[in-house]
Design a protein around this ligand. Structure first.
Ligand SMILES: [Zn+2]
Length: 280
């Protein structure tokens, strides 16, 4: 599933191409992709609007629009398998295309989504969708001391907390495993029992893994589901230390990496670098 680095990569590559482009056609092929308004209204309302900016909030792609004196926001969530590909309008048809957006420069934005969990919203009140999200981990306002305060108030398991988008946005199962390994923290530790030294290390690890993954244009796993907007894969998979590496050796200490389940999600730990909690 795309996480912050993948969404950021898509946003950065679409920003230049989409800015100042006007939507000339909307073809909704899978109606449930459109969360709101209803698909017919969505298509009518998006048509003719001009894209003024492309940004990101958490894992949501945020496309700012202007048209007829109104300022709508077009929100896109890729969820499991969503892809946004910029291509020519005469590009060959693709079996998983769910929404096609024609632009005034002869190109089109194709939203493909094999598993069909991706969603789009067109709204003039984006805060209704984005309002409950936690802080952005790469923002200047997200400091180590703020992170420490946030963790001190929570008793849940650290891994479950870090992938909760209301607590902190952007992390999913790949980067949370990597960050916890980098920081040497077992994913089942309770958040409020993590020492201040470890919180500092975790803060650095989260920011470092996200920044490096953005530089590598994200992680494309063997299933190939994540693609950049130009159709290319991301390059971070080869730098993964623990995610999907059970049975391999820990790059830091050589211990065999183990796979456990937390909240029905595969979780990867080095039992030496990430000692299990004693408190349970
Ligand atoms: Zn290790």
């Amino acid at each position: 599933m795309p996480e912050l680095p993948e969404v950021e990569t898509v946003v950065q590559s679409l920003r230049t191409s989409l800015r100042n482009r006007t939507v000339t056609g909307v073809d909704v092929r899978w109606e449930r992709t459109i969360q709101a308004p209803d698909p017919k209204h969505f298509a009518r309302r998006l048509q003719g609007q001009t894209i003024t900016d492309v940004s990101r909030r958490g894992k949501w792609i945020v496309i700012s629009l202007s048209g007829d004196g109104a300022f709508d926001t077009w929100l896109i969530h890729l969820r499991m398998t969503g892809q946004l590909i910029l291509e020519r309008q005469d590009a060959p048809d693709e079996p998983y295309a769910r929404v096609l957006i024609d632009l005034d420069d002869g190109r089109r934005l194709r939203f493909s989504d094999m598993r069909k969990f991706g969603r789009m919203v067109l709204t003039d009140e984006p805060s209704e969708v984005l309002g409950e999200l936690g802080p952005e981990p790469l923002d200047d306002t997200f400091t180590a001391s703020r992170f420490a305060e946030m963790l001190a108030q929570r008793r849940g398991r650290i891994k479950s907390l870090l992938i909760n988008q209301r607590f902190l946005v952007g992390l999913g199962n790949i980067y949370v495993n990597e960050a916890l390994w980098q920081a040497g923290i077992h994913p089942e530790r309770k958040a409020n029992t993590v020492s201040s030294t470890d919180v500092q290390r975790l803060y650095q690890a989260i920011r470092s893994v996200l920044r490096t993954a953005i530089e590598e244009n994200g992680t494309t796993l063997e299933n190939g589901q994540y693609r950049q907007a130009n159709g290319r894969a991301g390059n971070f998979a080869q730098e993964l230390a623990v995610y999907d590496h059970d049975g391999d050796r820990c790059p830091r200490c050589g211990t065999t990496i183990e796979r456990i389940e937390i909240g029905q999600r595969g979780t990867f730990v080095c039992p030496t670098c990430q000692p299990p909690p004693k408190e349970t």
